[in-house]
Structure formats: structure tokens, C-alpha cells
Design a protein around this ligand. Structure first.
Ligand code: G6P
Length: 490
């Protein structure tokens, strides 16, 4: 944490992302805030609280305009103000084309190997360009004349770095791509591949979670534009500028989550759940996901069905709780997934359930964080079955909350987290038989082995926490400042 603060003492830190860390909503006419789900906020909010600065994001909450006057800023978090938040306002049409359209119907499926076909719509693309420019204008306004590090987040803002570079502002630009980067064979189906590539090469530093995504990106760059790629130093030279490409496996605030999971509030919630949900003796399996087709939720349910079919002695003794957070529900692929999940839960529950016992308890209703924490602690195992995932912080949050060193993590090899959490049970979510057996292994694993595996994974996440991620990224950016033309621009 101190290293992060030291790095940002010379420069102001400006984070730019689509999603804001605190969405101001209106409940019964009263402004209230909600923290959005997803890895991005979970990872960056603790960093901003530690070192201050400005976060620029899209103001999409119903209550935002009540709290933040147009063009002004608000200090967040509301109950411990430590950094400022500036919001970009978008029209409904802009939100549709830029967020639902190009970001989530084109780039999201393009970057994830989950067999959902990307939709490349010209109007969405044009809106994406216009909205990226809108973000750039606000960033440049925020920078003014004072040196700043601009750290752009994710796939919603791939063109922003190039727009910033076209100005003469005294900035170093870095971008972290929170999702996978696809193989070049896949990337080249995008009609605007050259424009996207040029946009991203506006960065001094570009970060991905793992080395494979860096290699895919460098390969795609060399096939798309007349660049010079140095694979030894992971750098790309294009039109006289250099972009360093580096892996930075993202993480979480381990100590904070660990501390929260030990609280009395969580203990009380565990008791409440056991009593109200009727979980006295059963072993609990857990899934926590945004309801997204990349997360392999139907695959996991099929494996649970197969588990009860193959090992009927566990009927009535194991229950699987699936917590879901709904997002992007305006998109057809997400609506279809919602229907598929409801049908599968219905089929499995009516086939195996009896009396009061249901094999799957599905809660797609954005459970409060204290309930999620209590569920993590109550569970014997947690399944993360992503078909493709940049990192997957649910896996790391599970590990961080098991201060008792108990619990088994069943993890997909297609999530970046599998490279670090090697003591999980790593299983291909498409292999239903193996997944069903991994569930049996999780419920029968002796306590000594559970503790050994969990203690090992906790050591890794404790060490590779979010502050280390941020410090490595910022150290590398400062290095860029030394090596690039940043001095010239000052
Ligand atoms: C992923 C993305 C984030 C995004 C989150 C939630 O983690 O990498 O950028 O914020 O999903 O998705 P949403 O569309 O609800 O912001």
C-alpha cells in the first residue's frame, strides 16, 4: 500500500472506466448508493481509497444527477470520502450503441471463447467512437496542465488512449484490459480491428492478466498494423511510439475481505441462513456469478445433475446455492441465458428433489455482501466454471474469506486464476463427468487435505494482493515515463 502511495505522490492518478465505483440511486425519492458487482470496482476502489485522485466514469445511476451537478465532482466513498468522482453523461442512444451495443455485443463475445457470435453493427461502432471521444474530453479537462497518470480500464474505452495521445497533455497512459485478449485468428473477424489496435497502441503501457493474452495481443498487432514487435521485451513500436505489453494478474484486498469474514455480523448471518433456509446438516456447494454466458452456469448445473445421478447417496445431503447478479439484461443473449438457467434448475430440482430438499437453490437477486460472505463461510466447496475469464475474482474472494483454512475450490482452467490457485481442483467445465467427480471429491476430501490446499492458496492471494498488482503497474508506468517522450512533453 505504501509503495502505491509513493508512486502516486509525484503524479495525480486518474482512473477512467465505464462503470463507476459508487452508483447513486434513488430509493423512494431518496438518494442512496450501490456498489456495482464485478471485478473492476472490487479491485480498484481500495487502490483509490489508499492513494486518492480522480475516477472518471459513466454516470448511469438514477440518483447521480441529484448528487453530482453536471460537470462537477463528488467525493467518494460516501461514508469515507477519499477520492473524487467525475461523471460522463450519456444519452440513452449513446448508452445503447456504446455500452450494450459495441462493448457488450461485439467486443465482449469477441474476446471470450464462449461461442456467442459477436454482432458488429456500424451505428454501434460509430457511437462507441463518439463516446470514447466524450470520455477523452473530460479526461483532458481534468488533467489541465498538471502531470498525471491516466489509467484506463477495460474494453469499453479502447480508443481513448489514442485520442489522449493526439493532445499535448502531460500524461502517461496505461490501460488494463480486464478480459481475455483473443487469438489473432478470432480478433481478425472484427471489421474495425485496425482502428481498435491503433486506439490501444496509444498507451505507453498495456496490461493483461496473463502472459497468453499478452502474446495473443502482440501477435494480433503484428497481423493488423505495420508495427515492430519485440517479443523478448514485450514491446510494440508503431509510428515512432512504444507500447509495453505486460501481464499483471489482478487481485483483491485480501486483508480486508479476511477481516470482514471474521465479523460478528457474518456469524449472525450464517446462523440466520442455516435456520431460515433450512440448511442444518447439509453440505453446501456455492456459486457466485454475474449471470453471464461466459461463466459456465448451465455447465455447472449439468454437472450437479450428473453428480446426483451418479452418486445418489448424496441426495438430501448436499445442496448447491447459486447466487446470481443480473446485468446487461437488455441484451438478447443474456435473456436467453436467463431462460436456459431457469429451465435447467427446474428440471434438476424436479428430477432429484423430494420433500423440503431441493438440490439447487437459485437466488438471482443480488444478495447483500454480508449474505455472500456468510455463504462462502458455510460452504464445503465453491465452483467457478468459467468458459473463459480474464482472472475471476470470485475464486480469490472465496479463498480470502476462508480464514478457517477450510473449503474446496473447484476451478476452471480457462480462468486466469487457475495459474495461481493451483491447489484448487482444476476441472474443464465442458467435461460434465469430470466436474461431477470433482464435486464428489470436494465433499469427501479429508479435512487435513482441505486445510493444506486452502492454506497454500491463501498464502498466494495474501502475497499477490491488489496493492501489489497496483504497485507493479504503477512502477512500470513510471519506468515508461522515464523511457518515453514524457519528459519532452513537460
Ligand atoms: C467484467 C468487466 C468489467 C465490468 C463487469 C460488470 O468484470 O471486465 O468492466 O464492469 O464485468 O459488467 P457490467 O456490464 O455490469 O459493468
Amino acid at each position: 500500500q505504501k509503495l502505491v502511495q509513493r508512486q502516486t505522490s509525484e503524479f495525480r492518478l486518474i482512473i477512467v472506466s465505464n462503470r463507476q465505483p459508487y452508483i447513486h440511486d434513488l430509493v423512494d425519492g431518496e438518494p442512496q448508493y450501490v456498489v456495482p458487482s464485478g471485478g473492476l470496482t472490487a479491485a480498484l476502489d481500495p487502490l483509490m481509497q489508499a492513494c486518492g485522485g480522480t475516477w472518471i466514469a459513466y454516470g448511469g445511476g438514477k440518483g447521480d444527477k441529484y448528487i453530482v451537478d453536471r460537470d462537477s465532482r463528488v467525493m467518494v466513498p460516501p461514508d469515507n470520502p477519499s477520492y473524487s468522482l467525475r461523471l460522463v453523461w450519456l444519452t440513452e442512444e449513446e448508452e445503447q450503441g456504446y455500452y450494450y451495443g459495441f462493448s457488450n455485443e461485439a467486443l465482449w463475445p469477441l474476446c471470450h471463447n464462449a461461442y456467442t457470435e459477436p454482432i458488429f453493427d456500424l451505428r454501434d461502432w460509430q457511437t462507441y467512437q463518439a463516446v470514447n471521444r466524450k470520455f477523452a474530453d473530460l479526461v483532458l479537462d481534468e488533467v489541465g496542465d498538471s502531470p498525471a497518470i491516466v489509467l484506463t480500464q477495460d474494453y469499453h474505452l479502447a480508443l481513448l488512449p489514442q485520442y489522449l495521445r493526439q493532445s499535448s497533455a502531460p500524461i502517461i497512459t496505461g490501460q488494463f484490459w480486464h478480459i481475455p485478449w483473443p487469438h489473432s485468428e478470432i480478433f481478425r473477424i472484427c471489421p474495425w480491428q485496425a482502428e481498435l489496435m491503433e486506439g490501444l497502441l496509444g498507451n505507453n503501457l498495456l496490461g493483461f492478466h496473463i502472459g497468453d493474452h499478452c502474446s495473443n495481443f502482440m501477435d494480433a498487432a503484428s497481423r493488423t498494423l505495420p508495427v515492430r514487435v519485440d517479443t523478448e521485451y514485450n514491446r510494440i513500436d508503431y509510428q515512432g511510439e512504444t507500447t509495453l505489453v505486460r501481464p499483471f494478474p489482478i487481485s483483491i484486498d485480501f486483508e480486508d475481505i479476511c477481516h470482514l469474514s471474521e465479523s460478528v455480523e457474518v456469524e449472525e448471518e450464517m446462523e440466520r441462513i442455516k435456520e431460515e433456509w433450512g440448511f442444518s446438516d447439509q453440505l453446501i456447494g456455492l456459486g457466485i456469478d454475474r449471470v453471464d454466458y461466459t461463466k459456465g452456469i448451465p455447465h455447472r448445473f449439468r454437472a450437479i445433475g450428473r453428480f446426483f445421478e451418479k452418486y445418489p447417496e448424496y441426495m438430501g445431503k448436499v445442496v448447491f446455492v447459486q447466487a446470481g447478479v443480473l446485468s446487461r439484461s437488455d441484451i438478447e443473449a443474456y435473456q436467453l441465458l436467463g431462460g436456459q438457467i431457469d429451465r435447467l434448475v427446474g428440471e434438476i430440482n424436479s428430477r432429484f428433489g423430494y420433500g423440503d430438499w431441493q438440490p439447487i437453490v437459485y437466488k438471482p437477486d443480488d444478495l447483500p455482501s454480508v449474505t455472500l460472505m456468510a455463504l462462502r463461510r458455510l460452504s464445503r466447496f465453491c465452483i467457478v466454471s468459467s468458459l473463459h475469464d480474464g482472472m475471476n475474482l470470485v475464486a480469490k474472494e472465496y479463498v480470502a474469506s476462508r480464514f478457517d483454512d477450510d473449503g474446496v475450490l473447484i476451478l476452471s482452467p480457462f480462468a486466469g486464476a487457475a495459474l495461481e490457485l493451483t491447489q484448487s481442483l482444476i476441472v474443464n467445465p465442458y467435461a460434465t463427468e469430470e466436474m461431477a467427480d470433482a464435486i464428489r471429491d470436494a465433499v469427501t476430501m479429508p479435512s487435513e487435505e482441505r486445510r493444506r490446499r486452502m492454506a497454500h492458496m491463501r498464502g498466494i492471494v495474501r502475497e499477490n494482493n491488489i496493492y501489489k498488482w497496483a504497485a507493479r503497474l504503477l512502477v512500470e508506468l513510471m519506468q515508461c515515463a522515464r523511457e518515453t517522450n514524457f519528459r519532452r512533453s513537460l
